[in-house]
Design a protein around this ligand. Structure first.
Ligand SMILES: Cc1ncc(COP(=O)(O)O)c(C=O)c1O
Length: 462
């Protein structure tokens, strides 16, 4: 292994890295990036990588977008900071809220801003509790999320997240957060069960869970349209319509977590429209500013807002908000981002590129190591298995998925390993047809190298 650079040594000595195996970091060292141009990032050694994950599913317009730089600089010069507490306002927040209301796929009363998807989903949880107190139903507080769902890492959001690594030894989930089944047909369907039968079974399970808990205690259901960090899981077509019927039956408020799917990832402004469901509320972040500034939000319906106004009448204030709620620089960048999306028809163009992306992705399904290659719009994943017929996974300790991602990295492609030897792909929406081919050519080579390596390590049955 190459000696670590001075910068790498300083990094290891000082930076606590999120989502990193801290025990092996001193040996593996960090990958330190310095610059970005379009869909490419460049490390401190000058090596170029195709950013196949748009950072963390977020840098939708790619790197070095001068219009976004200019929007930030202009706003910093005008009013670098102001808040929204105590009825204070500023035009970037107003403009952003107006744009979101216009774009929303369901009627929205107000937008609340914060800085991350986790804060936004924590806010969703708090506002549901608050609303149901205001509406005189203090028992209706439980929130149902899904196994493998990802909603963030703050205490309530991490509890909503349905992944073991976000719970183990963090003393999570908190009480009142429940998890129902994951709609991944490849992994969780019974033998011979069709996608529709699988969706029907999952909806029945949700119904049973609500009945068991008591419908008067279940407040909300939260879901990503396509699950991201849980493995890029695309639900069966009938899944959401069936789930929404159950939610409606028990007056369960539905939140669409659009942190990844929002703003063009599936070729439309919001993911819920692709799956034909109408949530009560939406959570947005990431591509809202193309990740040029940290900003997130939730879109609140009138019924919730009216209940909150009643609480203010009683208490005298709405006691929630962050220093950086609607930060003017972040809001100005988000406004510009939404302008660019509309002006350059970014969502339609993403939809037009999707067939090539999905075709190249699905071809990987023929590779001896790939159990499933799944994708929609410009997001996808491959799931590496030890045995395609039985779908048997490799021992997670062998790190086969992470090994494949390292082969990609050596070849100048950044992807992300997820649990279960899944590898996610989520490039900037502005990726070109040629770059889509480069991405899949490099991933194919990395899979071949992984196969050779797995054979050498005798990880495959003879
Ligand atoms: C669907 C979804 N919700 C919420 C979050 C949390 O967002 P953040 O990391 O900004 O807190 C993420 C992050 O990846 C996400 O994918």
């Amino acid at each position: 292994m190459a000696a670590l650079s001075n910068l790498a040594v300083r990094d290891i000595e000082t930076v606590l890295h999120p989502y990193t195996n801290l025990s092996t970091l001193p040996q593996t060292g960090p990958l330190i990036l310095e610059r970005g141009e379009g869909c490419w990032v460049i490390d401190t050694e000058g090596k170029r990588y195709l950013e196949g994950m748009a950072g963390l599913w977020c840098a939708s317009l790619g790197y070095g977008n001068e219009e976004l730089v200019e929007a930030a600089a202009t706003q910093m010069r005008r009013l670098a900071y102001s808040h929204l507490f105590g009825a204070r306002g500023h035009d970037p927040a107003i403009e952003l809220a107006e744009k979101l209301k216009e774009m929303a796929p369901v009627p929205i009363s107000k937008a609340f801003f914060c800085s991350s998807g986790s804060e936004a989903n924590d806010t969703q949880v708090k506002l549901i509790w608050y609303m149901n107190n205001a509406l005189g139903r203090p028992k209706k507080k439980k929130i149902i999320s899904r196994l493998k769902g990802y909603h963030g890492v703050t205490i309530a959001s991490a509890s909503l997240t349905g992944l073991p690594n976000n719970h183990i030894d963090f003393d999570l989930p908190i009480a009142g957060i429940l998890h129902t089944s994951c709609p991944h047909h490849y992994r969780f369907a019974k033998d011979g069960e069709s996608e529709e039968e699988f969706a029907t079974r999952l909806a029945a399970e949700l119904d049973e869970l609500i009945q068991r808990e008591g419908p008067d205690t279940v407040a909300a259901f939260i879901a990503e349209p396509v699950m991201g960090a849980g493995g890029v899981i695309i639900p069966p077509r009938d899944y959401f319509p069936k789930i929404m019927e159950v939610c409606a039956r028990y007056d369960v408020y539905m939140i669409s977590d659009e942190v990844i799917c929002g703003f063009g990832r599936l070729g439309t402004a919001f993911g819920c429209t692709q799956f034909g469901y109408k949530p009560h509320s939406l959570t947005v972040a990431k591509a809202l500013s193309s990740a040029y500034m940290p900003i997130a939000g939730i879109m609140v319906p009138e019924v919730m807002y009216a209940a909150m106004v009643d609480e203010s009448r009683k208490i005298g204030t709405f006691g929630h908000g962050f220093t950086y709620s609607g930060h003017p620089v972040a809001a100005a960048v988000a406004v510009k981002t939404l302008e660019i999306y509309a002006r350059d028809r970014i969502f339609e163009k993403a939809a037009a590129k999707a067939p090539q992306f999905v075709k190249r992705l699905k071809q990987l399904g023929d590779h001896p190591l790939v159990g499933e290659a799944r994708g929609m719009g410009l997001i996808g994943a491959i799931e590496i298995v030890a045995d395609k017929r039985t779908k048997r996974s490799f021992d997670p300790k062998k790190g086969v998925g992470p090994r494949c991602v390292r082969f990609c990295e050596e070849d100048g492609l950044i992807l992300r390993p997820l649990a279960g030897d899944c590898i996610s792909i989520c490039p900037p929406l502005v990726i070109s047809a040629e770059e889509i081919d480069i991405l899949f050519d490099r991933l194919t080579r990395a899979l071949d190298k992984t196969l050779d390596w797995a054979k050498r390590e005798q990880l495959l049955a003879a």
